[in-house]
Design a binder for this molecule. Structure first.
Ligand code: GDP
Ligand code: ZN
Length: 447
């Protein structure tokens, strides 16, 4: 992507009537546009009160004009902010006037894209700007703010420096072939690599939590028909969104509910029972339930005391990495009290979707899994970042194997090179125009 030379403009405030509306302009023509609107050169970062006029000299609106000279601005270019009344008609007229004076309409995310191209933000920070605007929970907003401020990027940078140091170390060995064997056998290299892998694992763990903070925790509720899955969804969501009936196999489609538990976003999906069936419609539901499990963070099995041992077989089809939980439901029928226990490494909770007994423990557990209590530094991340970190892990694994077996320095260095590349994709030091287009294209206009 080449450096922009034109000037862009957009309404930066949300549509609809509001007290204040903002038109934002960025690019080299900003000083001229500001001069034309104000009648003289504006003072930097000073709020001038001004009557905005159209080409014929008619007043469009009155408001404030602020000039942020390059490079100390959001985009790194000259930026002009025009604050008028929050009316779509007035803001459109003001935007049209700015375009007459030399700007063009901005594409979605184009201001932030320019900030990225000018080195004001790296790619992960730019993505965090969009995630902050779109945050659906307080914890998500806090985490996005951390990433926007560079908390995640700095951790990636530390890892990158360690990776480069190791690569330099190994490439130095390749340059002295007669000593290569001894050099690569140096325990310092193995230690360096093992430390790197441990740091990567930690960052991956934090990034996965960051994705959950950003997107919300995806919980797929599974279990045989009539176990109480819909009742549980309703109890957690506090509505009658899912249809609860005493007929087996009613929930044929996947029902989704987004909710916020004390500032944590949850996405619950009530799946059809995963039983074998001859009914075509129900079979489709089962297929979707399987699909739902593939993209879930947590599979929550709803069962009863009588069925729990048989129903644990539901977990057999789960992909690795999906957290397993069991809710033993309908305890009100057996006069049991709520409790928690770990069976075969799986957390089991006893509760009643009908009376609500034991559901607070479930909510607490879900909040924990969603990343609540992640501490001050919890940052947001995207799936693409996690995938990149996983790639880094694969290449570091290959590197370790090569060093342990063949001591082929060239191959090890090549793996490290690939790891470095994958890491660089997170912050945008290596990215294709296609990826940048996809990322910034999903922003809102004016940001
Ligand atoms: P699903 O097929 O797994 O979605 O099950 P439903 O939520 O539709 O519930 C099936 C039946 O079990 C309904 O009649 C519910 O009222 C009942 N049910 C669900 N949870 C409980 C519970 O905790 N206690 C009792 N006594 N009945 C429940
Ligand atoms: Zn590899």
């Amino acid at each position: 992507m080449s450096q922009p030379t034109d000037t862009i403009a957009a309404i930066a405030s949300a549509p609809g009537a509001a007290g204040v509306g903002v038109v934002r302009v960025s690019g080299p023509s900003v000083p001229l546009i500001a001069q034309a609107l104000l009648g003289r050169a504006p003072r930097p970062r000073y709020a001038h009160f001004v009557s905005f006029r159209d080409a014929a000299g008619e007043t469009i609106d009155q408001g404030l004009l602020l000039h942020f000279p390059a490079p100390a601005s959001y985009t790194g270019e000259h930026v002009l902010e025009l604050q008028g009344h929050g009316s779509a008609v007035l803001l459109d007229a003001l935007l049209r006037r700015v375009c007459e004076l030399g700007a063009r309409l901005a594409r979605p995310g184009e201001f932030t894209e320019r900030a990225f191209l000018n080195g004001k933000l790296d790619l992960a920070q730019a993505e965090a700007v969009a995630d902050l605007i779109a945050a659906r929970s307080q914890a998500g907003a806090r985490a996005a703010l951390q990433s926007m401020e560079g908390v995640f990027s700095r951790k990636v940078e530390v890892l990158l420096q360690a990776l480069i140091a190791l690569r330099v170390h190994i490439e130095a060995a390749i340059d002295f072939p007669e000593e290569e064997i001894d050099f690569l056998a140096d325990p310092a290299i193995t230690t360096q690599l093992e430390n790197l892998r441990a740091d990567l694992r930690e960052l991956l763990r934090e990034a996965r939590r960051g994705v959950r903070l950003n997107d919300g925790l995806k919980v797929a509720i599974v279990g045989r028909p009539n176990a109480g899955k819909s009742s549980l969804l309703n109890a957690l969501a506090g509505s009658d969104r899912a249809i609860v009936t005493p007929v087996a196999g009613t929930t044929r489609d996947v029902l989704r509910e987004s909710l916020s538990l004390d500032g944590i976003a949850l996405e619950l999906a009530d799946t059809a029972g995963l039983r074998e069936t001859d009914d075509e419609v129900e079979r489709e539901g089962v297929r979707r339930a399987h699909g739902e499990l593939q993209r879930a963070d947590v599979a929550l099995l709803v069962t009863t005391e009588a069925d729990v041992d048989a129903d644990l077989a539901f977990f057999d089809v789960l992909p690795a990495g999906v957290e397993r939980m069991v809710l033993i439901n309908k305890i009100d029928l057996g006069q049991t009290t709520p409790r928690a226990e770990t069976r075969g490494g799986i957390a089991c909770l006893w509760a009643s979707a009908k009376t609500g007994a034991g559901l607070d423990a479930l909510r607490d557990r879900l909040r924990q899994l969603a990343g609540a209590g992640g501490g001050e530094g919890a940052f947001s991340a995207r799936r693409r970042h996690v995938l990149a970190l996983e790639q880094v892990g694969t290449h570091l694994g290959h590197t370790a194997r090569i060093l342990a077996t063949s001591r082929a320095g060239e191959l090890a260095a090549e793996e490290l090179h690939r790891a470095q590349h994958a890491l660089g994709e997170i912050t945008g030091s290596y990215t294709s125009d296609d990826l940048l287009g996809a990322i910034f294209g999903s922003f809102c206009i004016g940001k």
